[in-house]
Design a protein around this ligand. Structure first.
Ligand SMILES: Nc1ncnc2c1ncn2[C@@H]1O[C@H](COP(=O)(O)OP(=O)(O)O)[C@@H](O)[C@H]1O
Ligand SMILES: Nc1ccn([C@@H]2O[C@H](COP(=O)(O)O)[C@@H](O)[C@H]2O)c(=O)n1
Length: 214
């Protein structure tokens, strides 16, 4: 049941190139604030969870999708879910599988909280979505560093070969970064250098969240 008179949640978007440190940054803030604020106060949503469902397509077709284009995401569903949180309703957040390139049958229930961290590459490209965010943070990590981190992460965590990472990087990841992600930096309120371990940046965002949580 929606709770009446609960204040609108603060939506904090964390954007930037793939492997720029968005997840690490968001997760670090979440993990460090959770004991202080409690699970009813802070939540994380990943834009990647909203990659379109492709279970109807054969695997050989799924690998060909351009995952670095805004249209690869079901932003309408993400936007609807943010609206539900504003209305104090819980959401069923999809669970995505990078190995199979589609959603799983599972979902995660996310309850309404005062603070919601939302992280992903294309969050600022869609005006409807962008306008929902109260604070917009851009991770400005050099692209060569992102590539090195992506190679390490995707071989270990996403079941990718060096060949597939290289091919995808040249055909879509790098050109789409210049077409969509980097130009959206203009919409950011805060630009963060050095990736997900920038301690001062983590502390500044935590301090702002503490203030908003009072
Ligand atoms: N400042 C940093 N120093 C070292 N490793 C980092 C740093 N920031 C991120 N990483 C690592 O780089 C990889 C990509 O970071 P991740 O947070 O998954 O990026 P994104 O969510 O932007 O794709 C992860 O393995 C993460 O642990
Ligand atoms: N099936 C998929 C779906 C997405 N990707 C890549 O993920 C990147 C976005 O996620 P980050 O955690 O790295 O921000 C994006 O660059 C896609 O290329 C994929 O490889 N396969």
């Amino acid at each position: 049941m929606p709770e009446e008179n609960s204040p609108k949640p603060t939506f904090i978007a964390i954007v930037g190139a793939s492997a720029s440190g968005k997840s690490l940054f968001a997760q670090t803030i979440y993990d460090e604030l959770l004991p202080e604020l409690g699970a009813n106060s802070i939540a994380i949503i990943k834009e990647d969870a909203y990659y379109r469902d492709q279970t109807h397509m054969p695997f050989e077709e799924r690998v060909k999708t351009n995952y670095d284009h805004p249209k690869a995401f079901e932003h309408e569903l993400l936007s609807q879910h943010l609206e539900q949180l504003v209305s104090s309703q819980s959401i069923e957040c999809p669970v995505y599988c990078y190995k199979n390139h589609t959603r799983t049958e599972k979902s995660n229930t996310i309850e309404p909280t005062k603070i919601v961290l939302i992280e992903g590459i294309m969050l600022l490209t869609d005006k409807n979505l962008r306008d929902r965010f109260d604070i917009k943070v851009y991770m400005d990590t050099p692209l060569d560093i992102c590539l090195l981190r992506r190679i390490e992460r995707d071989t270990v965590e996403r079941d990718r070969t060096i060949e597939s990472i290289t091919e995808q990087y040249i055909s879509t990841v790098r050109p789409m970064y210049y077409q969509f992600i980097e130009p959206a930096k203009i919409h950011a309120d805060i630009v963060i250098t050095r990736g997900g371990k920038n301690r001062m940046a983590i502390e500044v965002i935590k301090a702002k969240i503490r203030q908003l949580s009072q």
